[in-house]
Design a protein around this ligand. Sequence first.
Ligand SMILES: Nc1ncnc2c1ncn2[C@@H]1O[C@H](COP(=O)(O)OP(=O)(O)OP(=O)(O)O)[C@@H](O)[C@H]1O
Ligand SMILES: [Mg+2]
Length: 233
Amino acid sequence: MLKIEKLCCNYKQIIALSDVSLHINRGEMISLIGANGAGKTTLLRAISGLQNPKSGNIYFENKNITKLESHDVAKLGIAQIPEGRGLFSILSVEENLRLGAYIRDDNEIELDIEKIYSQFPILKEKSKEYAGTLSGGQQQMVAVGRALMSRPKLLLLDEPSMGLAPIIVEEIFEAIKILRDSGTTIFIVEQNAFLALSVTDRAYVLENGRIVMSGNSVELLEDEGVKEAYLGA
Ligand SMILES: Nc1ncnc2c1ncn2[C@@H]1O[C@H](COP(=O)(O)OP(=O)(O)OP(=O)(O)O)[C@@H](O)[C@H]1O
Ligand SMILES: [Mg+2]
């Protein structure tokens, strides 16, 4: 579904990604793990059309999307939940959710809003409140809900666990798993390697802008190098 070939991204003289190649099959849940500054966010932004790669190619459903603008990438069915959630804090919860549907012109938007409220009942209770007044976990639920409102084929999540209490992280990941079970392909970027490897099918390890390891998540969890570098073992 997604294929990245030898992607390179720079910020002026800083090399953020070098020769990154990876693929994601339809229906898979994949993670990208790596330390602070490894280039994880840069990779997601490049996929979403928010970052111009220096070289390399990104294909989505066999279409070369490397040079597309972000709204055209969104129209193809790729949604990103950015680092820090990217909500509009002075819009209501429901207004934020509706913004996620801006690329749609069908008549099932109300139906999807109700679906999100049944998955996260607290959002229904708070539907008229400013998103900025919600707790971190509730804001992450709004961010997930807003991404779902675009009915994405591929969902990109940038550190969904960041800054959240473990119990809330569990709730968010439960919601992500339900999504996966309903057929959405998912790519999760995480610094929390244990969490990411526990829920995904396969994973890639990014160090200083390069993929240094990849494989089955269960196997990576047992890998001595991964344990030492990322699992505090
Ligand atoms: N706007 C920018 N201008 C200059 N350098 C940047 C910019 N954004 C990121 N970088 C640099 O590019 C490299 C990769 O950053 P990136 O944000 O992609 O990493 P990350 O893996 O997402 O890190 P984190 O875990 O902190 O979110 C880092 O060296 C970072 O300092
Ligand atoms: Mg990042």
